[in-house]
Ligand binder design. Structure first.
Ligand SMILES: Cc1cc2nc3c(=O)[nH]c(=O)nc-3n(C[C@H](O)[C@H](O)[C@H](O)COP(=O)(O)OP(=O)(O)OC[C@H]3O[C@@H](n4cnc5c(N)ncnc54)[C@H](O)[C@@H]3O)c2cc1C
Length: 376
């Protein structure tokens, strides 16, 4: 039984789309994946993964590859602007007693692990391609691609990210991504002495975090409140990020600031969010990942919930008796969890932007992490 569908098109080959293609093809569906980027690239920053994402990677048989390329640790250490520890937040070992409760990896490394698995599956990967038209009728969806070719599918999965063209086509009235008044700086550095697990330093308004992406490397992030999302010239990245880091009295952060250079892969990004109200599907077209719930990174869980969407969708399509019911069951299992991530991340951002209560901040982090550790 598989909801009566045989052939699926996944549009977008990010973490959500790759996971969907992989799991759907492993469930014996015929899957085409189209990705607009001819090089199928992922930019060079680190990404933190909750235990719940490690749980999915284990289910996909990819956890060994993750442990080869990334790094797993237990706990999150919240510190004041100096190095004093305010609270240690536990990260439950949800992927099994043998695996730490969280981890991190460079994005290109995670993309490589997933794309290799997709390539090794029966998925038909087509790069440098997108759709130009989707036309649904009673029996399926006819798709026209940007190279003029045509395809016919039983279902279409829109996994094309924050600025989803599938969302724009199928849900023209969906909310637009919104700048939240905060930006994030990221860099990749040698692991500083004294940073062994995820560590965050809470300044009055700025927050710095570090997470190990390998044995001897961390990625650093710094959130900065900003009234506008104006362009910031890359040649100013080093002095700007250094000045922000120097506002912390922490000796660990000050040392990082003094050694910061253009070699440290600095990335600057204004933060946006978008949560689409239900429904998340229309007829035979369903949205997953950032296309439907783009969160700010305050809980480091955007990729996590996109990857989970893909797993739940594949499961519901496999066990469901008809497509409509399967898509309804998918949405029912996903909506509250994803809304929690977007809304709680937004609240954390507000607290940081306005210099609000540290206690509320820590308590939202802890509650959200506990919820994310629950079964999906
Ligand atoms: C600053 C920052 C830090 C973050 N840190 C974390 C973190 O630590 N942990 C975490 O879990 N999450 C984090 N996230 C969130 C995470 O990056 C996203 O939620 C995740 O990448 C979304 O995956 P996706 O596959 O849904 O979309 P995307 O990663 O955006 O992938 C979409 C894919 O579709 C392709 N595409 C786009 N348009 C088309 C089209 N028209 N046709 C075909 N293909 C198309 C794109 O090229 C891309 O490959 C962070 C986000 C930000 C902004």
């Amino acid at each position: 039984m598989n909801s009566g569908i045989q052939k699926v098109l996944v549009i977008g080959g990010g973490f959500a789309g790759m996971t969907a293609a992989l799991q759907l093809s492993r469930n014996d569906l015929s899957v085409d994946l189209v990705e607009i980027d001819p090089q199928w690239r992922s930019y060079g920053a680190g990404i933190s993964l909750h235990g719940s994402t490690l749980r999915v990677l284990k289910q996909l048989g990819l956890i060994e590859r993750f442990l080869e390329e990334g790094y797993a640790t237990d706990g999150v250490q919240m510190r004041g602007p100096d190095d004093s520890v305010i609270v240690n937040l536990p990260t439950p070992r949800v992927a099994g007693p043998e695996l730490p409760g969280g981890g991190a990896i460079m994005r290109p490394a995670l993309a490589k692990i997933l794309s290799e698995a997709v390539r090794a599956s029966s998925t038909n990967v087509r790069l440098g391609l997108t759709f130009t038209d989707l036309r649904e009728d009673a029996d399926g969806v006819s798709v026209t691609f940007s190279n003029g070719s045509e395809g016919r599918y039983d279902a279409v999965v829109g996994a094309d990210g924050l600025y989803s063209a599938v969302r724009a086509k199928v849900f023209p009235d969906a909310p637009k991504p919104r700048f939240i008044g905060q930006s994030v700086w990221r860099a990749v550095l040698p692991k500083p002495e004294g940073v062994d697990t995820v560590s965050m330093w809470m300044g009055p308004k700025l927050k710095v975090g570090m997470n190990r992406v390998t044995e001897d490397t961390v990625y650093l992030f710094l959130t900065e409140d900003r009234a506008t999302n104006d362009f910031v010239a890359p040649e100013t990245f080093v002095p700007r990020l250094r000045a922000l880091l120097e506002s912390f009295p922490s000796p660990i952060i000050r040392k990082v600031a003094s050694e910061l250079s253009s070699e440290h892969q600095i990335v600057y990004r204004p933060l946006e969010q978008m949560l689409m109200p239900r429904p998340w599907s229309s007829g035979r077209v369903v949205l997953i990942g950032d296309a439907v719930h783009a969160t700010t990174p305050h809980l480091a869980a955007g990729a996590c919930i996109g990857i989970e969407d893909a797993m739940v969708l594949a499961e519901e399509l496999a066990v469901g008796t008809d497509l409509k019911a399967a898509l309804a069951a998918f949405e029912e299992r996903r909506y509250d969890r994803c809304r929690m991530v977007v809304e709680n991340s937004g609240r954390l951002a507000d607290i940081e932007i306005h210099g609000g209560s540290r206690e509320e901040h820590a308590s939202i982090m802890q509650d959200s992490m506990r919820t994310l550790a629950g079964a999906i």
